[in-house]
Design a protein around this ligand. Structure first.
Ligand code: ATP
Ligand code: PRP
Ligand code: MG
Length: 285
C-alpha cells in the first residue's frame, strides 16, 4: 500500500496537539528527536516535520499529500488548497488592534495609517474589500511591539486569550478571520494516497466526535425513569438495565460535553445517584 505523506509543524503551537491526534487515532510514529521525517509503524504514513508557514508550498508542489496546519496560514498563502477536516485545536483570530488611546469607530479610521503585520495578503484583502488604503509594514514576529516603538499605528496579528494585546496596551478593533488547526490536502494527491487519506479521516472523525462527548452511567429509582430518560439525549436512546436493588435501574448514555454540567444538575435534581462520567476515545457513527 502506498504511503500518505503528512506535514506536521516541527515545533511551535501546533506540534503537540498534531502529534496527539495521530496518537489518538492509533498511529505509532518512530520519532527520533531531530528527525525531519519519520515513519508510522502501523499505518501507511510518513510524517514530515516542517515550518507551518512553509507547508502551503509543499502541499501545492505535492511534496506532501496532506498537512495539519493553521487555517489562517491557508488564508494567507494557500487559498487554492482545500481543507478536508477542521481539527478543533489552536483556535485563534486574526485581528486588527490599535493602541488603547486611539479613537477608533469604523474601518475607515485605518485610511492612510501604517499597519504592521506578518499576514500581508490577508490584510490587503481586508483593506481592498473595505476600500481602505493603508501602508503595510511586514514583520515576522513580535508584531504587537510595533505601535509602542513608533513603527506603526495599528497591527494585524493572531489573538487568542488577548493577553499579548493587553500587555502591549493595545485593543482589538476588528476580527478579520477565525482560525483553528485543519487537515489540508494537496491538489495533486494520487488515487492511492487518497484512499489512505479516507482511512485516516474516518479515524480522525471518530476521535473528534469522541472528544465532543462523554459517556455517563447513573443509577435511578424506577419511578423517575421516564423523566430521566427525557433528560438524557443518548445516541439513540439510553440503555436501561435493572439493578440488583429492587426498584432501581442503571442508565448509560452519551452527552455532548457542552451541555454536560447542566444535564448533570438536572439528573441530580430528578433523583439520579452514583453518576459516573467517562471520556470517550472513539465514537464510530
Ligand atoms: N496564541 C495562539 N493561540 C492559539 N493558536 C495560535 C496562537 N498563536 C498561533 N496559533 C496558531 O498556531 C499556528 C502556529 O503558530 P506558531 O506561532 O507556533 O508558528 P509560526 O511562528 O506562525 O509558524 P512556523 O512553524 O512557520 O514558525 C498559527 O498559524 C495559528 O494558526
Ligand atoms: O492572545 P494571546 O493568547 O496572547 O496570543 C497571541 C499571541 O500568540 C502568538 O505568538 P506566539 O506566542 O506564538 O509567539 P511568536 O510571535 O514567536 O510566534 C501570536 O503571534 C500573538 O502574539
Ligand atoms: Mg506564534
Amino acid at each position: 500500500m502506498s504511503k500518505l505523506k503528512i506535514a506536521v509543524q516541527k515545533s511551535g503551537r501546533l506540534h503537540d496537539d498534531s502529534m496527539k491526534i495521530l496518537k489518538d487515532v492509533g498511529i505509532s510514529i518512530d520519532n527520533g528527536k531531530d528527525q525531519l521525517k519519520a515513519s508510522a509503524r502501523n499505518f501507511p504514513l510518513e510524517v514530515f516535520y516542517l515550518r507551518n508557514g512553509d507547508i502551503p508550498q509543499y502541499l501545492r508542489d505535492g511534496v506532501v499529500d496532506v498537512a495539519i496546519i493553521g487555517e489562517n496560514v491557508l488564508v494567507e498563502k494557500g487559498k487554492d488548497i482545500s481543507i478536508v477536516e477542521k481539527l478543533g485545536f489552536s483556535t485563534c483570530k486574526v485581528s486588527v488592534a490599535v493602541p488603547k488611546s486611539t479613537k477608533y469607530s469604523t474601518i475607515q479610521d485605518l485610511e492612510g495609517k501604517r499597519i504592521a503585520t506578518s499576514y500581508p495578503n490577508t490584510v490587503n484583502g481586508f483593506l481592498q474589500s473595505n476600500n481602505v488604503n493603508a501602508e503595510l509594514h511586514i514583520i515576522n514576529g513580535s508584531v504587537e511591539i510595533a505601535p509602542n516603538i513608533g513603527l506603526a499605528d495599528a497591527i494585524v496579528d493572531i489573538v487568542s486569550s488577548g493577553s499579548t494585546l493587553f500587555k502591549n496596551n493595545l485593543k482589538e478593533v476588528e476580527v478579520l478571520l477565525k482560525s483553528e488547526a485543519v487537515l489540508a490536502v494537496s491538489p495533486s494527491i494520487s488515487e492511492d494516497e487518497q484512499q489512505v487519506l479516507e482511512k485516516l479521516q474516518f479515524r480522525i472523525k471518530s476521535v473528534l466526535k469522541g472528544r465532543q462527548n462523554k459517556y455517563v452511567l447513573l443509577n435511578a429509582p424506577n419511578k423517575n425513569l421516564e423523566c430521566i430518560i427525557n433528560i438524557l439525549p443518548g445516541m439513540n436512546s439510553p440503555t436501561v438495565m435493572p439493578l440488583a436493588k429492587e426498584g432501581w435501574s442503571s442508565l448509560h448514555s452519551v452527552i455532548n460535553k457542552n451541555d454536560f454540567w447542566e444535564i448533570i444538575d438536572e439528573l441530580k435534581a430528578n433523583g439520579a445517584e452514583g453518576i459516573l462520567v467517562c471520556p470517550i476515545e472513539n465514537m464510530v457513527i
